[in-house]
Design a binder for this molecule. Structure first.
Ligand code: ADP
Ligand code: MG
Length: 619
């Protein structure tokens, strides 16, 4: 049999390798930004077109490259950062495998302009799919400018795999923030399609965090600082009363590299246990320095995972340091912290268990609870309980509810006969006093059997239809909105800020008075009833997170997506105790809905056990 093994040509090998390093515009951005940092730049500009699809340009004022290096840097395994295998154990730069530029050049059209400070002329290299098209002298600024054009122009499969621009841009945004947060001494700017999204001046870490996450962030964070022989930890952790509904403000950097590390994140979150509500997440920005030889370098540099030799000790130190930071700076009335309980931070052996500061807390303390909403039942009562069971409507309590009711009663005029008739007239609930099971299921009887209603899903359905009705009533100004005593400022990352801008019309029509102050900063002066002002930041964060998530795909409709997210947040929760009249009201309102049987998320709101079902059970 003849030989069948070939050595792959370089351009094919590079394309295959490129798949590992460059899988989307954001990963090319990461490599280029890190190269600029490694080159000692103090100013870095990132310029994008079409979320990096057509152009990614990084301009730095770093050390630049010589003529021959400008050509060599595109070769695979071309790196100035390691010379021998031993160097691997002392890596302090971002890149070291010499793969990034070769990979990028394999899948794009690249133009490199670079000049070293002492040279008068720079050099310009054009390279396309690994092939050098030209190299000639050029005049350019000291430093390096790399333009990556038409990414994946020669790999249609990968190009077609890219997501919508908004998704690709948000991946780039993630990368940009990770690099910018930790390199606070470097000035950064980011332009997308000609629009300036970030303009970050060199400053300290707190200033950098404030520039990215909004000026309010300094009030939401406590400093953290701890140093042992093994590790030093600096940074900021969020105050327990300013938790987020997503993990979007959690950053850990080890030796200036962003990492994801489950155990370390858990260590920080454990320090917050009992201090924050379930399913909420503290913010943190932690800058950890460890001896590079105590980290496993045998991991792929483009990945964010790391392995530590001293993981157990790091876990304990981080948890204790976070507890200390929260305890030290909290108001004594909120968390009683005993400052005389010192933590022993002497060098940590592997089996080290720290003595933790003794923190006592009020188990009923809930930083989110405003006095007016201290009881779940009152939360519900204020939530538009304007539709009693058939014929027994409660008086609307606010003008907003009146509005809603007016809008709905027109609808109900045709909605009730249609839907209920379809359903079977006999299913209109008889006014039996409902009972609650596990504060989650409301049990009542109707003519055709025993009705079991899931209180949270039912309420979500009710609020969803109310909000949609309000929206379609097309009220321009937020009638019935509650003026806030103090305006509330919410801050968003640039990409979230843009998204807020897109959704502003919808959000206003739900009853919010909200205006943009600066890019990424919004001021709320009025809210619909039953949205609590103390929680607006996380309320909007959740709307954005939901919106970016699956909802848009499911509904294909902004209004429905936002209404569902709002309804979900405003609804009475499973497990919350309700008064009999509140349960009655939920049943009544549910049956007045256009689609009473399912929650906006498609799950059942109720089940009916009829006589046959019961007979079956009693066989
Ligand atoms: P690595 O960063 O792993 O060394 P890269 O392919 O990213 O590999 O870069 C190859 C080499 O090109 C680097 O080691 C560096 O010497 C040079 N280089 C890349 N980008 C820049 C830049 N912006 N300024 C100066 N030199 C650069
Ligand atoms: Mg590199």
């Amino acid at each position: 049999m003849s030989d069948i093994i070939n050595i792959l040509p370089d351009n094919v090998a590079n394309q295959i390798a490129a798949g590992e390093v460059v899988d989307r515009p954001a990963s090319a951005v990461k490599e280029l930004l890190e190269n600029a940092i490694d080159a000692g730049a103090t100013s870095i500009q990132l310029i994008l077109r079409d979320a990096g699809r057509t152009l990614i340009q990084v301009i730095d004022n770093g050390c630049g490259m010589s003529d021959s290096d400008a050509r060599l840097c595109f070769e695979r395994h071309a790196t100035s950062k390691i010379h021998a295998a031993d160097d691997l154990f002392a890596i302090r730069t971002m890149g070291f495998r010499g793969e990034a530029l070769a990979s990028i050049a394999a899948v794009a059209q690249v133009e490199l302009r670079t000049r070293q400070l002492n040279n008068e002329l720079g050099t310009c290299v054009l390279i396309e799919g690994c092939e050098v098209k030209s190299q000639e002298p050029c005049s350019c600024n000291a430093g390096t400018s790399i333009s990556v054009k038409n990414l994946f122009y020669n790999i249609p499969a990968r190009r077609n795999f890219l997501k919508k621009d908004s998704v690709e841009l948000s991946h780039i945004d993630d990368i940009f923030r990770r690099v910018a947060i930790v390199n606070n001494h470097v000035a950064f700017s980011l332009h997308h399609n000609g629009k300036l999204l970030y303009d970050l001046h060199a400053g300290n870490k707190a200033q950098r965090i404030a520039a990215i996450f909004g000026s309010g962030s300094s009030e939401r964070l406590y400093p953290i600082s701890e140093s042992t022989e093994l590790v030093s930890v600096e940074g900021y952790v969020g105050k327990p009363e300013h938790v987020r509904k997503t993990r979007s403000e959690q950053y850990i950097f080890v030796n200036n590299r962003f990492i994801k590390h489950l155990a370390l994140s858990t260590a920080v979150e454990k320090a917050y246990a009992e201090l924050i509500p379930e399913k909420t997440y503290p913010s943190y920005f932690l800058f950890i320095q460890v001896d590079p030889s105590r980290i496993d370098v045998n991991i792929h540099p483009t990945k964010t995972e790391v392995r530590f030799v001293d993981e157990h000790a790091l876990f304990a130190i981080l948890r204790a340091a976070t507890k200390k930071a929260i305890g030290q700076f909290s108001l004594a009335t909120e968390i009683e912290f005993n400052p005389s309980t010192d933590i022993d931070f002497s060098p940590a052996p592997l089996e080290y268990t720290p003595r933790e500061p003794h923190i006592t807390f009020d188990p009923d303390y809930n930083p989110f609870r405003t006095p007016s909403a201290s009881k779940p039942s009152s939360t519900f009562r204020s939530s538009g309980a304007s539709f009693g069971s058939a014929g027994s409507r409660m008086a609307p309590s606010t003008s907003w509810e009146k509005e809603c009711e007016a809008a709905k009663s027109q609808e109900l005029a045709f909605a009730i006969p249609d839907t209920i008739e379809e359903q079977d007239q006999t299913d209109i609930p008889t006014p039996a006093v409902p009972i609650s099971y596990k504060n989650t299921y409301i049990i009542s009887t109707i003519k055709s059997g025993i009705l079991v209603v899931h209180q949270q899903r039912a309420h979500e359905r009710i609020l969803f239809e109310e909000l949609m009705a309000r929206k379609s009533a097309n009220v321009d100004s937020p009638v019935g909105a509650q003026q806030l005593l103090f305006p509330v400022t919410c801050t968003f990352s640039p990409s979230d800020g843009e998204l807020m801008g897109e959704l502003l019309g919808e959000i206003r029509s739900m009853g919010f008075a909200i205006d943009s102050m600066t890019p990424g900063t919004y001021v709320v002066t009025a809210t619909p009833p039953n949205v609590q002002d103390g929680n607006l930041q996380s309320f909007f964060d959740q709307i954005l997170a939901d919106y970016k998530g699956t909802m848009m795909q499911k509904f294909g409709d902004k209004d429905a997506a936002i209404c569902q997210s709002m309804a979900r947040q405003m609804a009475v929760k499973a497990g919350a105790p309700l008064q009999p009249e509140e349960m009655q009201s939920i049943i009544g309102q549910l049956f007045a809905c256009q689609v009473p049987n399912v929650a906006p998320n498609g799950k059942k709101t109720m089940i009916i056990l009829n006589e046959l079902d019961l007979e079956e059970k009693f066989k």
